[in-house]
Write a protein that binds this ligand. Sequence first.
Ligand SMILES: CC(C)(COP(=O)(O)OP(=O)(O)OC[C@H]1O[C@@H](n2cnc3c(N)ncnc32)[C@H](O)[C@@H]1OP(=O)(O)O)[C@@H](O)C(=O)NCCC(=O)NCCS
Length: 246
Amino acid sequence: MRVDIKKDYFDSEALGITCLKVDVDPALKGLSLPTLLEEMVKNKYWDFIFLSTDHSPEFLEGIQREEFRFISTKNTYQKTISHSESQITHTFKILLKEEIRAKYTMGNISILASDLVVNSRYWKDIRIGRINAINLYEKWFENSIFRDYADEVIGIDLDGRLIGLITLKNKKDSGIIDLIVVSKDKRNCGVGSVLVKEAQKYFLNQGLTKIVVETESENINANNFYIKLGFFMESHRLIFHKQRPS
Ligand SMILES: CC(C)(COP(=O)(O)OP(=O)(O)OC[C@H]1O[C@@H](n2cnc3c(N)ncnc32)[C@H](O)[C@@H]1OP(=O)(O)O)[C@@H](O)C(=O)NCCC(=O)NCCS
């Protein structure tokens, strides 16, 4: 039974504030969460706390008492993949991480970051600030493409313009889709589906047969997109934010 509390170094640096990340383990049932939360908010320095939990009333009681604000519901989807799945025929030009690094600057990539951030919990919480939220997504893309945060990145180029990106991580028993975005004016033309299929090929080559992705419930397009591609919802968690009272 545990509450896992840690400083989120990436969010803290990108947002310019001290952020704590708290995952309330479902196994906690029965423990006095209100007491734990009280200790936490008293004893550690923080500007923001980002907390995720399931729907247990005993957790929610403590969360409400500490005046956390509900921001979003995060859905986790998963899919078992195999070489026998049908491929999509397309004429898009596919680029991998090294080619994307060589061809594009952060200027090109920032546009995609702005297209993605509007669907995020950072954007929904106005107290974080829109500029800070954009900054966080730009850094996330930058670390994924130009540093080692992602194990692979796949992009789609149309006439010299990057119109879609997916960033991937290899975990021990599953492949993770970390970021996925298609340019606003190129959506619903199959670009996203091609990116996911290319990601599946990559993971299969890495020996991984399970693929996992998270998205927010409010992002109806993305939920329908994953369902259409054969993903199943594995779990969902409530996300709360708390800002240090001034
Ligand atoms: C999610 C996203 C990557 C999908 O890319 P895309 O290129 O538009 O996807 P595709 O064209 O391959 O597939 C679209 C499918 O998604 C679903 N979909 C898309 N928009 C939808 C809508 N408004 N209502 C219902 N379903 C929708 C449909 O099932 C559609 O399939 P169809 O073509 O058979 O109708 C793209 O919408 C995007 O970049 N969104 C913003 C960023 C984002 O939300 N990323 C995911 C965060 S986890």
